[in-house]
Design a protein around this ligand. Structure first.
Ligand code: HDE
Length: 701
């Protein structure tokens, strides 16, 4: 891969210890890194033990505060390439056709601490820092296009409610507890977001297989100064896929770094993940055309009303050199804009503008965090700001003020030099009284929650019902459970009934009095009449794909083997899977040399001891003397039983198919036996559909 400008810049800061003498932080060579300086071999340390002090002082200060939210994250470098011409909409340089811009992306969970599991049921952060020719632009989004609340004022409360409870710091990385649902059941504006968070979107199969959204409506601004509203979408080339909740919980036990490892390994192996950037453009004149408010971050714009135009592609192609220096120290801020993009008056977005800068100042120890290599713009900064903790830039000359004559007015205003266009805020007419209030156009809390639920396939609806039943069952206070079921009843009667059945609650027709009381703090006449909705069902809100539709690229297939397995049988499927871009992993009873029936030996790295069914997408039991060994192997049986439960494709060689009987499993369309010439095609087509959901539906019936 050719280095981009950002990677080149970072290289100047790389330290390579290879073949180098150990030194103190000042570069003084050290020839004893084992013993501190003492008064006699058995005596006390001396105060002048400076080599030890240098080492220990640094160690003692290694930790910095973790992010107050989104603490758990994984990052990667990449490049964004703009492919379409939208110069009529924006002057942003990185959005001009053909421009390639270095990026750094950080994915995260929200609620858990830095060391928590990747597989928590949670929103995923999807932050992109574009190192553009006009400075850094940060698109700090999520994998869900809406948010829990409408005004930033409620954000600390939301976060306090979802984080571990303050008295006992439990539970970790989980929303299934009283304080979260207490808050949510009093905030009906969260209804739409709750549908998304309780859907399988909140437990992605891979960070590479989730969508990203800017969430808020932003503005693009063209050279005439005309603005257009815009919603940003990232669409993954590998499709959108999730795991089941039962899998998520087991993966958390077997490999809590599952997503981090998956991203790292795939980038290392050259399977560079890609997303298309899509835009929904809304002309300024259409601001009030819809039954929802564009400034309300709890609403989407259905793609049927405003189609998503694909304009460019982002590729992640390089892992960080050092987690702390890059993924931990990267500082995102939705207020980092470039000419051609501007904010809207969304009260959530407005509130974010303070919080990110403020938190970075605290977390990264002062106002010079933008000089850290990962945060540095590739366009050199020039201004009169100076000093502060950990300043690294060395400003030349005697002038650090503006205006000046002593430095000929430098650095000068961008507008003074032709080709350098400075940032101009979009000119917008504003009027109004100074108020603390919520617009009545934000008061429809349920129409889009209903739209989301009704746009889901039968299996997706079932998963939402199961998730809500799980979460609310974990709530101890019955009043909270009832209040939330009353909210669900406003969204969809069937949803409320099913969840209610699982909790022994008969849904109330109206919202709980306490919910109404809090909603009326914002809207005294709540509930307000809702406007008619143009769309009752929106296809793109469902993740369901059918057999043969997707891709199997980068999926992991477990070959369940033991000594004596037939190489010919393994290779028959393995070769085709690899040609389709999938990975075949041999799992045997021991790591190390695997003896094939044909006499060949292969060193393998995975065993029934180290691995589990939930870490794989599909399964195959090849022919060979291994089959009889597997018949009595309980771990093997666990593998297949979980694979069956999780609706995955399970293949058997013709001679291995007798194992099905031992496993007491009924053959279905995703249990594939190699007994005709079409079996490999059938196996791959079924894998493309990701899961065989009919199995789960059949099990329910
Ligand atoms: Fe954030 N958010 N947020 N947020 N957010 C942070 O900034 C905040 C919101 C998002 O990978 C913090 O650097 C407020 C929406 C991501 O480093 C903090 C409000 C969306 C990340 C903060 C919101 C996000 C953060 C904590 C309501 C989707 C991780 C550490 C007004 C569009 C960035 C930090 C990374 C991180 C504040 C709501 C996305 C405290 C006040 C809506 C992806 O500043």
């Amino acid at each position: 891969m050719k280095d981009n400008k950002k990677i080149e810049q970072i290289k100047n800061h790389l330290v390579d210890n290879d073949n180098k003498v150990l030194s103190t932080n000042d570069g003084m060579p050290i020839n004893d890194n084992n013993n501190s300086l003492k008064a006699g071999e058995r005596g006390p340390s001396l105060q002048q033990v400076h080599i030890y002090l240098d080492k220990m002082m640094h160690f003692d200060r290694e930790r910095i505060p973790e992010r107050v939210v989104h603490a758990r994250g994984s990052g990667a470098h990449g490049v964004f390439e703009m492919k379409e011409d939208i110069s009529d909409l924006t002057i942003a340089k990185f959005l001009q056709k053909g421009t390639k811009t270095p990026v750094f992306v950080r994915f995260s969970t929200v609620a858990g601490f830095k060391g928590s599991t990747d597989l928590a049921r949670d929103v995923r952060g999807f932050s992109v820092k574009f190192y553009t020719e006009d400075g850094n632009y940060d698109l700090v989004g999520n994998n869900i296009p809406v948010f829990f609340i409408q005004d930033a004022m409620n954000f600390p409360d939301l976060v306090h409610a979802v984080k571990p409870e303050p008295h006992n710091e439990m539970p970790q990385a989980a929303s299934a507890h009283d304080t979260f649902w207490d808050f949510i059941s009093l905030m009906p504006e969260s209804a739409h977001m709750i549908m998304w968070v309780m859907s399988d979107r909140a437990i992605p199969r891979s960070l590479r297989m989730m969508e990203g959204f800017g969430v808020h409506t932003f503005k693009l601004v063209n050279k005439e100064g005309k603005g257009s509203f815009v919603k940003f979408h990232w669409k993954p080339k590998l499709g959108v896929h999730s795991v089941l909740w039962d899998e998520a919980q087991k993966i958390s036990g077997f490999n809590s770094d599952f997503h981090r490892e998956d991203l790292w390994e795939n980038i290392d192996n050259g399977n560079f993940p890609q997303w298309d950037l899509g835009l929904q453009i809304i002309p300024e004149e259409d601001e009030h055309k819809y039954p929802f408010d564009l400034l309300d971050a709890t609403k989407i714009i259905p793609e049927e009303l405003v189609p998503v135009q694909i304009v460019g592609t982002m590729t992640l192609n390089k892992n960080p050199e050092n987690f702390f220096a890059e993924t931990e120290q990267v500082a995102f801020d939705p207020g980092r804009l470039v000419p051609g993009i501007d904010l809207t008056n969304d009260p959530l977005l407005q509130g974010r503008i303070f919080s990110y800068m403020d938190t970075q100042n605290y977390r990264l120890g002062g106002p010079n965090f933008h000089e850290l290599p990962i945060n540095r713009s590739i366009k050199q900064k020039h201004n009169n700001q100076k000093d502060g903790f950990s300043r690294t830039d060395i400003l030349k000359g005697d002038v650090s003020y503006f205006p000046n004559s002593k430095a000929s007015g430098c650095p000068y205003h961008a507008m003074l030099k032709g080709e350098e266009i400075g940032f101009e805020s979009h000119k917008e007419k504003l009027q109004g009284e100074k108020v603390r209030a919520r617009s009545s156009s934000f008061a429809d809390h349920f129409s889009q929650a209903t739209l989301f639920f009704q746009s889901q396939s039968e299996i997706e609806q079932l998963h939402i019902i199961n998730a809500l039943s799980f979460e609310l069952s974990k709530v101890n206070d019955p009043k909270i459970r009832e209040r939330q079921v009353a909210i669900l009843n406003q969204i969809d009667k069937n949803l409320a009934k099913k969840v209610g059945d699982n909790l022994n609650i008969t849904p109330k027709d109206s919202l709980d009095d306490l919910t109404l009381k809090f909603a009326r703090q914002n809207h005294p006449e709540y509930p307000l009449p809702t406007k008619p909705q143009e769309i009752q069902k929106s296809e793109p809100l469902s993740m369901k794909i059918e057999k043969g539709e997707g891709t199997i690229e980068t999926r992991k297939v477990a070959f369940l083997v033991d000594d004596g397995v037939s190489k010919e049988s393994v290779d028959q499927l393995k070769n085709v899977l690899e040609s389709e871009g999938a990975e075949a992993v041999l799992i045997s009873s021991k790591v190390g040399p695997l003896k094939y029936k044909e006499g060949d030996i292969e060193n393998i790295q995975n065993s029934y001891l180290t691995d589990a069914s939930v870490l794989y997408d599909a399964f195959y039991t090849p022919d060979g003397d291994s089959v009889e060994k597997l018949r009595n192997n309980n771990e093997y049986k666990e593998f297949i039983k979980d694979a069956f439960k999780h609706c995955k494709v399970i293949g058997f060689d013709k001679h291995a198919s007798s194992l099905l009987k031992d496993l007491d499993l009924e053959k279905d369309d995703a249990i594939i036996i190699a007994d005709d010439e079409n079996w490999i095609k059938d196996y791959i087509d079924t894998m493309k559909g990701h899961r065989y959901w009919n199995r789960e539906l059949n099990m329910k019936k």
